[in-house]
Design a protein around this ligand. Structure first.
Ligand code: ADP
Ligand code: MG
Length: 244
């Protein structure tokens, strides 16, 4: 699915990713942990195609060089990013945003656009699964949403767009335990042998509900340790300092 070799990324002359290697196969869920400022969000941004970074190294997604593919094409090819800090977009209705995103991806695959009724049926089903009050979907995107509503709305987008590769950047931060369980359930019910996930988190707690195939520790722009679920438990006890 994704092969990253010696990835280096810098922005405004600041080097952030410093030779990162990672291979994610179809069906796998990888968790990335690491101290603040280690480059986790930068990795998420670089994978999803945010502009402004100087990048070198290999970045292959399903056999294609991602570096040459612009952000909207990456979304069409099935890359999805749930933002650490979802943006409020005044003037953009949430339902219309979701429908437009979905139909633009469908169009790129030669599929017919969903009409309003079919879309509403889909959005109702997915939002009820995530315990999202439909009322918020008729509001402006993220405007006045609580922290938890913003994060759940990111997962709703994921469920509706049904990507092959989802990157969740600290989707668990700021969630209460019930919301965390709902988000985890949303992720778990999307997992299958073809889809892959990169879940960035600070807390082992999330990994009690979402079982990772691999856990990596990112520090100063590089993966310095890889393990399985137990590594997250170990880090919870010892912190990151011991690894440096
Ligand atoms: P993490 O998500 O692991 O906390 P980030 O990827 O957000 O870390 O940031 C890594 C480092 O890069 C931080 O020191 C941050 O200040 C710096 N950084 C991120 N974006 C920029 C930018 N646009 N300009 C300058 N420095 C940046
Ligand atoms: Mg971050």
């Amino acid at each position: 699915m994704l092969e990253i070799k010696n990835l280096q990324a810098s922005i405004n002359n600041k080097s952030i990713l410093k030779g990162l290697n990672l291979v994610i196969k179809p069906g796998e869920l990888h968790a990335i942990m690491g101290p603040n400022g280690s480059g986790k969000s930068t990795l998420a941004n670089v994978l999803s195609g945010k502009i402004g970074y100087e990048i070198s190294g290999e970045l292959n997604f399903r056999g294609e060089d991602l570096k040459k593919i612009p952000v909207e094409k990456r979304a069409q090819k099935g890359i999805f990013l749930a933002f650490q800090y979802p943006l409020e977009i005044p003037g953009v209705n949430t339902n219309i945003f979701l429908k437009t995103s979905l139909n633009s991806i469908r169009k790129s695959k030669g599929k017919q656009a969903l009409d309003t009724l079919a879309f509403l049926k889909l959005v109702r089903e997915k939002s009820s699964e995530l315990g999202i009050d439909e009322e918020i979907l008729s509001r402006q995107l993220n405007v006045g949403f609580s922290g938890g509503e913003k994060k759940k709305n990111e997962i709703l987008q994921m469920k509706i767009l049904d990507p092959n590769f989802s990157i969740l950047d600290e989707t668990d931060s700021g969630l209460d335990i019930d919301a965390l369980k709902i988000v985890a359930k949303g992720v778990n019910s999307s997992r299958d042998s073809k889809k892959s996930f990169l879940v960035i988190t600070h807390y082992q707690r999330l990994l009690d509900y979402i079982k990772p195939d691999f856990v990596h520790v990112l520090s100063d722009g590089k993966i310095i340790k890889t393990g399985c679920g137990e590594l997250a438990q170990e880090l919870e006890k010892t912190g990151y300092k011991k690894l440096n």
